[in-house]
Design a protein around this ligand. Structure first.
Ligand code: KE4
Length: 423
């Protein structure tokens, strides 16, 4: 069924570590080979084998409008005709910065970078520079990119591949990284009682999307906010996934909490490499060349990436997030009923346009509860659904993503495929 992908994968493995340019794409923990994609449009991707599947990965989040949206494609092609990189400021950078700061009230100024990792590493450096403190607190199972300080008990590919968090990262680098279970405010409070005066920042996924989908419990985010206020630490919302996905104003608008700094990525690049970090002007003005905290990037603010981001956000400004959320919630409920009818422990969580299938009856609140899920059942589910034309994230510790291009037929085809799954 996947001969052409197999052939390319064999070649790729001789040239690229694991045959992929990002580990989680390798499908290692679902006992499968990666499909090599030839094209994508709307809610579908087509592999080099000529197979078209309904895509619930969406490039791990960016493609909320669906693939090859005409407005985005037109913007990229138009920008490309004007040159691909200037290494100097251009109007599109101002326009995307304005769209972002208008959408996120807590973000008064923003700096464009090229990935979510660059955004979070820069935001942490800024928080350390502003506070003069070294420690950072993150939640076990949250993933903030692959910068050294965050590779302690990280989620996403680190969790998927069960990599001990720090090979290649000197212990001293993560010595300042404090860890607490997600949704465990008491544990955070205890750490702050001992170390609060040394903590530069808490960084958190306001909706965790890198250990599957784990929503914040009521009071958790509010509690982090008040602890940061009490101890003079900065609250960093890592909205690389949730930004412009859980609502046009992100999680900070949905939960009505103002972080001190916000990191973004994925959707704001419309599929091209963009990350960003922003926050109160008083903090952002500490960033070079205005201030003394250094951060730089050859391709930051790239005109093509800016054009893709601008086109994406302009369409999102007029998109009905509530309607999409209702459709995804209904889909998740039906999927859970279908799978539960097969006598396996299962729950399907959803929030906005994200969803996740957990093969466990444990209440999902943190990484420990997520890890009770049966990975063998997930692997069987993944393989059968892929053979039925449904492209799920190839890892139990990732969240499913829906787009405004997903049709009722797509959801119904997916539910019909689930009905045929056997365990
Ligand atoms: P990137 O450096 O991969 O652009 O962004 C890092 C990042 C930061 N913060 C959050 C909340 C993220 O989810 C990510 C990256 N997400 C993963 C998938 N969940 C990227 C996929 C991959 O590693 O290939």
């Amino acid at each position: 069924m996947y001969e052409a992908s197999h052939k390319l994968f064999e070649q790729a493995r001789t040239l690229i570590p694991g045959g992929v340019n990002s580990p989680v794409r390798a499908c290692r923990n679902v006992d499968s080979i990666p499909l090599f994609i030839a094209s994508a449009a709307g809610s579908k991707i087509t592999s080099v084998d000529g197979r078209t599947l309904i895509d619930f990965v969406l490039s791990w989040g960016p493609m909320i409008l669906g693939h090859a949206h005409p407005e985005v494609t037109r913007a990229i092609c138009g920008a490309a005709a004007e040159g691909s990189s200037y290494g100097a400021p251009c109007e599109a950078e101002v326009e995307l910065a304005r769209l972002v700061t208008d959408a996120l009230p807590s973000v008064e100024m923003v700096r464009m970078v090229n990935s979510g990792t660059e955004a979070t590493m820069s935001a942490l450096r800024l928080a350390r520079g502003v506070t003069g403190r070294a420690r950072v607190l993150k939640c076990i199972g949250c993933y903030h990119g692959h910068a050294d300080p965050f590779l302690a008990a990280a989620g996403s590919g680190v969790a998927t591949l069960s990599i001990p968090g720090t090979p290649g990262v000197p212990p001293a680098t993560v010595a300042d990284t404090l860890l607490a279970p997600y949704n465990d405010l008491a544990a955070v409070k205890t750490l702050f009682e001992s170390h609060g005066q040394e903590v530069a920042a808490i960084i958190v996924e306001p909706v965790a999307g890198n250990m599957g989908l784990v929503p914040p419990q009521p009071g958790f985010l509010e509690g982090l906010r008040s602890l940061c206020d009490q101890y003079g630490s900065l609250l960093i919302f890592d909205e690389v996934i949730t930004g412009f996905r859980v609502g046009y104003g992100g999680a900070q608008q949905r939960f009505n909490i103002a972080p001190d700094l916000t990191t973004l990525g994925k959707i704001i690049g419309g599929g091209l490499p963009v990350g960003a970090y922003g926050g109160k002007a008083a903090y952002m003005q500490r960033i070079a060349p205005e201030g003394d905290v250094y951060q730089a990037g050859t391709l930051s603010g790239n005109p093509l990436a800016m054009a893709a981001g601008i086109a994406t956000l302009r369409v999102l400004q007029h998109s009905d997030y509530a309607a999409l959320e209702t459709r995804v919630a209904g889909f998740a409920r039906e999927l859970e009923q279908i799978l539960a009818g097969k006598g396996v422990p299962v729950q399907v969580l959803s929030l906005a346009s994200m969803f996740c299938v957990f093969f466990t009856r444990e209440t999902i609140v943190d990484f420990a509860s997520v890890k009770t899920a049966d990975l063998a059942l997930f692997t069987s589910f993944y393989k059968q659904m892929r053979d039925a034309g449904v492209y799920l994230a190839p890892a139990a510790f990732e969240a499913g993503m829906c787009s405004f291009a997903h049709s009722d037929d797509d959801f119904n085809h997916t539910l019909d495929a689930a009905k045929k799954v056997t365990f």
